[in-house]
Design a protein around this ligand. Structure first.
Ligand SMILES: CC(C)(COP(=O)(O)OP(=O)(O)OC[C@H]1O[C@@H](n2cnc3c(N)ncnc32)[C@H](O)[C@@H]1OP(=O)(O)O)[C@@H](O)C(=O)NCCC(=O)NCCS
Length: 177
């Protein structure tokens, strides 16, 4: 990241949305795949298994991440599924996506989740692959479109030695850790 990017990153605030904070989502509506439905958003934010993080710079939303936690059959530990992430085109390449992923990893690790994972939509999406790799996500088979961040060191079913998802505690993370 260049100097301009680092300066921009210093201004980014990451916030985890709480129940009822639908109004704040309005700022992210241009980043969503579908028009925002306030009722649906309120419903999602009221569900403790669904999570939304916003990245803002000078009161403008510049990115968001949505994830959902999953129960598993082999362990009481949960998985976090990174369902979608997007950064405004004029704010890309400045570390916003990394900060959002790291906030999600911090939250998941702090609650003892086994792992987080994401499915990439397109092998040609270089930015997405670079983002997941640079935050510690690992693919497990050739041609895999799934990146995994291992969060619990006792993940017995993994045979390959893969590093735990890198997490850098960020001073600008203001959401519930
Ligand atoms: C993917 C996306 C969220 C990345 O967000 P971002 O804020 O630009 O990412 P960052 O600035 O944190 O960059 C993370 C890493 O990816 C690298 N990177 C970012 N854009 C890149 C690009 N176009 N090509 C190659 N590498 C890229 C950065 O250099 C950085 O690597 P580093 O940590 O080793 O320096 C953003 O490009 C986006 O919103 N794309 C459209 C939506 C999308 O594709 N979502 C993912 C669907 S699977």
């Amino acid at each position: 990241m260049n100097r301009r990017g680092r300066k921009a990153q210093a201004r980014i605030q990451i916030r985890k949305l709480r129940q009822g904070e639908v109004g704040l989502l309005q700022g992210a509506r241009n980043l969503l795949d579908h028009p925002l439905d306030n009722r649906a958003a309120r419903h999602l934010l009221a569900d403790p298994a669904h999570h939304l993080w916003l990245a803002s710079s000078e009161h403008r939303v510049v990115g968001f991440l949505r994830s959902v936690e999953l129960l598993q059959l082999h362990t009481p530990r949960r998985q976090m599924f990174l369902y979608e992430i997007a950064v405004r085109p004029d704010s890309r390449g400045q570390g916003v996506g990394s900060m959002l992923v790291e906030a999600m990893l911090q939250y998941s690790r702090g609650r003892g989740f086994e792992e987080a994972f994401v499915l990439t939509d397109d092998p040609a999406n270089k930015a997405a692959h670079a983002l997941y790799k640079s935050t510690g996500g690992r693919t497990e088979t050739t041609g895999d479109r799934m990146y995994v961040w291992h969060l619990a060191h006792s993940a017995k079913r993994r045979t390959r030695s893969t590093s735990a998802g890198r997490f850098i505690s960020h001073p600008h993370f203001t959401g519930t850790p």
